[in-house]
Ligand binder design. Sequence first.
Ligand code: GLA
Ligand code: ZN
Length: 678
Amino acid sequence: MNTLSRLPNMLYGGDYYPEQWDKNDWEKDIELLKKANINFVRLNIFSWALNQKDEITYNFEWLDEVIELLDRHGIWFGLGTGTAAHPAWMAKKYPDILRVEFDGKKRKFGGRHNSCPNSPTYRRFAKQLVRKLAQRYKNHPSLILWNISNEFGGACYCENCEKAFRVWLRRKYKTLDHLNRAWNTMFWGHLFYDWDEIVAPNLLSEHFGENQTMFQGISLDYARFNSDSMLECYLLEYEEIKKEMPETIVTTNIMGAYKPLDYFKWAKHMDVIGWDNYPSIDTPVSYTAMMHDLMRGLKDGQPFLLMEQTPSQQNWQPYNSLKRPGVMRLWSYQAVARGSDSVLFFQMKRSRGACEKFHGAVIDHVGHDRTRVFKEVMELGTELKQMGNTLLGATVPSKVAIVFDWENWWAVEYSSGPSIALKYIDEVHKYYRALFKQNIQADFIHTETDLKQYEVVIAPVLYMLKKGYAQKIEEFVRNGGVFITTFLSGIVDENDLVVLGGYPGELRPILGIWSEEIDALPPERKNTIEMKKEIGLSQKTYSCNLLFDLIHSEGAEVIAEYGEDFYKGMPAVTRNKFYHGEAWYIATSPEDQFLEELLMFICAEKGIQPLIEKVEGVEVSKRVKNGYAYLFLLNHNAHEVVVPIGKMEARDIITGRTVAEQINLPRYGVAILEYSET
Ligand code: GLA
Ligand code: ZN
């Protein structure tokens, strides 16, 4: 729990860029925001150029004025550090701050998120700026949090980075001999005799596409190094702020399943997770739910902040659909349902020029409050206000966990073969969706998480098995846990070197199988899963595709077999009883229905029941706090539904009404049912 959970109200508001507007507009803007029930804005996200006109001159007067105005209206603020876009003068004078792209091109000034993370100049100026900001605003009572930079991301391949990479490698491997072995450099004559021979892996060296590398070990280390480099930039600023304000909340807005940054590693240094949620009109709701759950998982289940979402539309998607009436509210509650302690928007006022002029905002170009979007924001604000702090800090209980690992993700997709159609996120989503559809709550965990608190642990495509992880799984299963994993698991170690002696490597005894070969077919070509054991699934046959491990049982019970091709009759799904627990292997990528039914069966055996009975298109999630449960019912359908809630009697904290047995939810409707768990 962090201090934000102790606020009297949920943070409601978001990005405000007064610097884009005439001073005379500020007061009117802020009055409108107040009217929309906004209680918090994020400032100074992109104002480095305005705050610092040369190497020595800083100007924060404008910020003082804005803060004073906000204060007068009783609006809290969060401070951006502004380092996500460096000033043009700096780029001109110090070209080392400019990034070099993946294709080797050196950038000129322009865009944002554009600084080289290993540029000493960038780091020096960023640090100085943040120190000044922290010193200036440290005593401000309505300063609620700090937002470092903005959406850290991308990568740089400049010479500074190359040099820093070598330093990073030396620290990791100590000797070149270790490195040569870890990277398997005897392959294609890559033996290194001097650290300086090592170059950044990009289109000029090992790569022939973003994900296509000839040397997985090198590329994998560069991905780690790049994530670490940006994290160092974050930490540099973090420390400056904490020197002045040890108690304050410091974070940065992150981006869900954003591949280049290992957010589990980052999360250790973030006081709270804040993330930007931008689904499009056709993003599956289960996918958005999964992102929220992943973000909650980063800090072991701690509530997070929904840092950005659009109140209406984006500008950067191919088709920037409006959120239909009611959908902004629905998706805001979806975030809250899954652990968010805020509802924040990008942005407060729609820009006039540049690429975000068509991005939705609370205050539109028309400039008044008589818009659909403004009204919806205001109404949601009223609802959240009357809830006070009821939900703040509430946690999301779960007995099922899904293992998610950024390094594994990089390694799976850097691999040449067995299939370009294999996408880690898609496979994870498949398993998540099966639980989601059945109203079974799941946590996302990393490889360091203690497994004891869970009954069922699912690790889709656990291709890379980190040191000690097999032992952890073994202990979990030995003590009664159920472990589920899939094809292409246990294949390599942390250096992407295959574990010899038969797949799935260290998991072989736990799973009681040996995988002899791996078949890959174009995704449209299917095989079938034929049930061999009666475990209460509705069909005898299900379809599967993508990858097919050809496995032999070494003690595991064969639950289902392949129905076609030359491996017809070989096991497709196995269960291995292992001491007090069991370990399942799903050797292929099954159709959704199979997974839903199988996971229901497995959960039921462990006494894990759905939160409520499934109603098509209705998302269900539960938070708990102080002995009370808050059951969220979210109707994603564009029509009304009746949701049976069983025997429970509860109070809907939105309407204040008592409900029993069933509840009617209008299109895009939401209910939050409070009941005592004691
Ligand atoms: C991101 C950024 C914001 C803004 C929005 C637009 O999340 O953090 O600055 O550009 O996208 O959707
Ligand atoms: Zn660089």
